[in-house]
Design a protein around this ligand. Structure first.
Ligand code: ADP
Ligand code: MG
Length: 218
């Protein structure tokens, strides 16, 4: 089942477009979260990055680039235009999503899961955050685990993705009540307790878009 569900390149174009729209919509909320335990720029950072992604996307589509090139070039926008921790981390997510699918213009669901895992692994490698450090890894890492356990259980792809979103949200909520051990919020010590980590919030939103756009394929 996971080797036949074909995800076309247009899915990834639609995901990038929807992410950019979501970021504009959620910019103030994400920045408000970052004002509580960071430096009030998370929404602004993502907005700067995704505006650059959108500025370049028509040209990438016009050139009919393959999926990995589309994603890695979009990742470069986030990496090079965004200050702060999240730009390089999210930029690397998209760049490394490209790795498992060289040259492809459509991917299977299993490949899609491998892409997400590859991207999240890179975020873990770069940021060196563990589960419980109160970073985006607390949302993203359980989401990847859920993708693979969902496939092991043989769930339909939509349900596999729904499981990943739920796992990310549970991860986000699980670190509200603890101190941060990575990122700016670390410096706040106990004052970070009771606040949502902005990166966990945006990661949940990203995964929700992956799911929403996937549902539109059917
Ligand atoms: P900055 O913290 O540099 O201002 P942003 O505000 O855009 O950057 O992003 C903050 C988010 O980045 C945090 O909420 C956290 O989820 C994530 N983050 C920070 N450091 C790390 C890290 N080492 N590993 C993973 N995620 C991190
Ligand atoms: Mg910040």
């Amino acid at each position: 089942m996971y080797d036949t569900a074909i995800i076309p390149k247009s899915y990834f174009v639609n995901v990038l477009t929807a992410l950019a729209a979501m970021v504009e919509e959620q910019k103030d909320y994400l920045t408000k979260l970052d004002s509580e335990i960071g430096d009030s720029d998370h929404g602004v950072n993502l907005s700067i990055g995704f505006r650059d992604v959108m500025a370049k996307l028509p040209d990438l589509v016009e050139k009919d680039l393959d999926i990995p090139t589309l994603l890695s070039k979009s990742g470069m926008s986030l990496l090079s235009k965004v200050g702060g921790a999240s730009g390089p981390l999210y930029g690397s997510l998209f760049r490394k999503m490209a790795i498992p699918v060289p040259g492809k213009n459509e991917v299977t669901f299993a490949e899609f899961c491998a892409m997400i895992k590859s991207g999240v692994d890179e975020i873990k490698r770069l940021g060196k955050a563990q589960i419980g450090d109160k970073t985006m890894v607390d949302a993203l890492s359980p989401a990847v685990d859920a993708l693979y356990s969902g496939m092991e259980q043989g769930l339909p792809p939509v349900e596999v993705l729904e499981g990943a979103v739920k796992a990310a949200e549970a991860g986000r909520d699980s670190v509200i009540g603890i101190v941060a051990k990575k990122g700016r919020a670390m410096r706040l010590g106990e004052r970070a307790i009771g606040h949502i980590d902005p990166g966990t919030a945006s990661s949940c939103m990203f995964l929700q878009i992956f799911l929403d756009e996937f549902k539109k394929l059917a």
